[in-house]
Design a binder for this molecule. Structure first.
Ligand code: CUA
Length: 193
């Protein structure tokens, strides 16, 4: 390589050796960075493959209607003994169960939902309540609704020909009114009976 470089004045040979050493050092650093990244991919890939990431909950789609948390009698809003408000719902082509959800204003509300047939999702009015509902997985998030009132809850994942008609309603009640209703201990909803 040195043969192809024309000598340029005194000390040319020395500077060539310096630049070669720098080049070699840099090549070593680049190879080390690449090797580190490949190692990172392999380790994280194996780690994620060997155990599910936290907060991923699965549910058996075949039995979701028959047993466990998402049986029909357990859907709707509950007030736990610890004062926690939980809404459980199911999405299916082309409706939500329950179709009308009751929540209190100004209190944290945890949603737990899943889907039985296709990927659905919902957003509640202009709030930040927004999730996808994927068959086989439990979607969960906690939010609160600042104001009482009626909100619309459309499905926001294209799920088939009836997608545009897939809507739910959310009634945000003043907390006192909600707590009075919820003390009865049953699953609340605002679906007309
Ligand atoms: Cu369900 Cu779109």
């Amino acid at each position: 390589m040195s043969a192809t470089l024309p000598p340029s004045g005194p000390g040319a040979h020395g500077s060539e050796a310096v630049s070669l050493a720098a080049e070699r050092r840099w090549a070593f650093i680049v190879v080390a960075i690449i090797a580190f990244m490949v190692l990172l991919m392999v380790v994280t890939g194996l780690h994620w493959a060997s155990m599910p990431p936290s907060r991923v909950e699965t549910v058996d789609v075949r039995t979701v209607h028959l047993k466990g948390e998402f049986v029909e009698s357990n859907l709707g809003t509950t007030l736990g003994p610890d004062g926690k408000v939980t809404v459980r719902l199911i999405a299916q082509q082309y409706s939500f169960i329950p179709q009308c959800i009751v929540v209190p204003a100004g209190m944290p509300v945890t949603f737990r939902g899943t889907a039985t047939d296709a990927i659905h999702g919902f957003v509640i009015g202009r709030t930040n309540a927004n999730t996808m509902l994927v068959p086989g997985f439990v979607a969960t998030f906690t939010t609160s609704f600042p104001r009482a009132g009626e909100q619309l809850m459309p499905c926001h994942e294209y799920c088939g020909t009836g997608h545009e008609a897939m809507w739910g309603h959310v009634q945000v009640l003043p907390p006192e009114e909600f707590l009075t209703k919820a003390r009865s201990g049953e699953r609340l909803s605002c679906v007309p009976r």
